[in-house]
Design a protein around this ligand. Structure first.
Ligand code: OSB
Ligand code: MG
Length: 369
C-alpha cells in the first residue's frame, strides 16, 4: 500500500443540541477529515479532537499542523505492509494521538477497501453483529430538562444513560434521576472535575448504584484514582488518563479502575485500541467504546471498533440524528428499537460518503503529496 496523497478537510457542523461537560459547552463542531489515496482508492478517517484543548491537549488547529507537518510526511510515498505500520511510524511524535489516530484509521479503511472487506473484519472484530448503545447526555440548564431528555432516549431504546457531572451538578442531580428512573443502567462522567479532597463527597454517589463513575480526577492521573477507588463501592471507569495500552496495564495493576472507556482517537488509532482492548480482556476488565461527538466517519469507525470481543458494555456510540440534522454519510447511523447498531457488510467503514454535502460544509482543504 503506497500512500500517494493525503487530503485534509476541515468541516463545520452545528449540533442539533448543545453538549456541555465539566470543561465547557459546545454548539458547533469543527472536524478534520483525513482522506488517504492509493491506486485510485481512498480511505477516510476523522480526527476526534475538540475545538479547544480542554478535554486533552489537542484541538482542531493543532491536529491540522501535526498531520501536515509531522504525521503525513512519515507515511507519504512509503510502501506500507499494513495499516498496523502507521502507529510505530508516528510514535516519535509525543502525544497528539487524535491527529495521528485520524490518519491511522483512514489507512485501515483504505486497507479494508483494497481487500474488499468490511473494516470490522480487517481489525479482527465481528464478535457481535449488533452493537449495544448507550447515550451521553450533557449538563442541562435544569434538572427537569435533563429528566425529559433521559425519558426521550429511553423511549428510543438506548440501553444505558450516562450523565455529565461537575461540582454543583452532581449528587443532587443523580438523586433526582434515580428517584425518577430507579432501575435504569445509569452512570456519571465528571471529565476530571474533582480532586482527592472531594472523596467524601463522591462517596455519596455510592448510594445510587451507578454502573460506574467516569474519570472523576485529573486528566493525567492514575494513582489518585487508585486511592479513590479503594474508598468507593462504585467502579471507576478511566477515560482521559488512559492513552496507551501501557497506561491500562498500570491502572489495572494499581486497581485504579474497574472498567475502561476506549476512544479510538485518544489512543492513536485502531492498533493501540486493539492492544489496550487485549490488555483489559486478559485482566478481566470490561471495556466500552467512548464517543467524541463524531461525524458519520468517526461514528462508523467506532461501530467497527465496538465489535471487538471485550466491548461488552454499551458505549457512547449512538444514532447520527442525535447530533446532526444531516450527517456526512449515507445512510446515517441508526439504532434499532432495542438500542443496537447493526454491522454492515460493505467494504471499508461501511457507509457511503455524501461528497456534495461534505464540499458544502468544508471551510478549509489542503492536499499533501
Ligand atoms: O468524556 O466521554 C467524554 C464528548 C466530548 C468530550 C468528552 C466526552 C464526550 C462525551 C460524548 O461524553 C460522547 C458522544 O456522545 O459522542
Ligand atoms: Mg468521558
Amino acid at each position: 500500500m503506497k500512500i500517494e496523497r493525503v487530503t485534509l478537510r476541515r468541516i463545520r457542523m452545528p449540533l442539533v443540541h448543545f453538549f456541555e461537560t465539566s470543561f465547557g459547552r459546545t454548539y458547533q463542531r469543527d472536524i478534520v477529515l483525513v482522506e488517504v489515496s492509493s491506486e485510485g482508492l481512498s480511505g477516510w478517517g476523522e480526527v476526534t479532537a475538540g475545538e479547544n484543548p480542554f478535554y486533552n491537549e489537542e484541538w482542531t488547529e493543532s491536529a491540522w499542523m501535526i498531520l501536515r507537518d509531522y504525521a503525513i510526511p512519515r507515511v507519504l510515498g512509503r510502501d506500507l505492509a499494513s495499516a498496523g505500520d502507521v502507529y510505530p511510524l508516528t510514535a516519535h511524535i509525543r502525544g497528539h494521538n487524535m491527529a495521528r489516530g485520524g490518519l491511522e484509521a483512514a489507512i485501515w479503511d483504505l486497507e479494508a477497501r483494497r481487500d474488499g472487506v468490511p473494516l470490522w473484519s480487517k481489525i479482527g472484530g465481528g464478535a457481535r453483529r449488533q452493537i449495544p448503545c448507550g447515550v451521553s447526555i450533557g449538563i442541562q440548564d435544569s434538572v427537569e430538562e435533563l429528566l425529559a431528555l433521559i425519558e426521550k432516549e429511553l423511549e428510543a431504546g438506548y440501553q444505558r444513560i450516562k450523565i455529565k457531572i461537575k461540582p454543583g451538578w452532581d449528587v443532587n442531580v443523580v438523586r433526582r434521576v434515580r428517584e425518577r428512573f430507579p432501575s435504569i443502567r445509569l452512570m456519571a462522567d465528571a471529565n476530571s472535575a474533582y480532586t482527592l479532597a472531594d472523596a467524601e463527597h463522591l462517596r455519596k454517589l455510592d448510594e445510587f448504584y451507578l454502573m460506574m463513575i467516569e474519570q472523576p480526577l485529573a486528566h493525567d492521573d492514575i494513582i489518585d484514582h487508585a486511592q479513590l477507588q479503594a474508598l468507593l463501592e462504585t467502579p471507576i471507569c478511566l477515560d482521559e488518563s488512559i492513552r496507551t495500552a501501557h497506561h491500562a496495564q498500570q491502572a489495572i495493576r494499581l486497581h485504579a479502575c474497574g472498567m475502561i472507556n476506549i476512544k479510538l482517537g485518544r489512543v492513536g488509532g485502531f492498533g493501540e485500541a486493539k492492544r489496550l482492548h487485549d490488555v483489559a480482556q486478559a485482566a478481566g476488565i470490561p471495556v466500552w467504546c467512548g464517543g467524541m461527538l463524531e461525524s458519520g466517519v468517526g461514528r462508523a469507525h467506532n461501530v467497527a471498533l465496538a465489535s471487538l470481543e471485550n466491548f461488552v458494555l454499551p458505549g457512547d456510540v449512538s444514532a447520527s440524528r442525535r447530533y446532526w440534522k444531516r450527517d456526512i454519510i449515507q445512510p446515517p447511523v441508526e439504532t434499532a428499537a432495542d438500542g443496537t447498531i447493526a454491522l454492515r457488510d460493505e467494504p471499508g467503514f461501511g457507509y457511503a460518503l455524501d461528497h456534495d454535502f461534505i464540499r458544502s460544509i468544508t471551510v478549509r482543504e489542503e492536499t499533501v503529496g
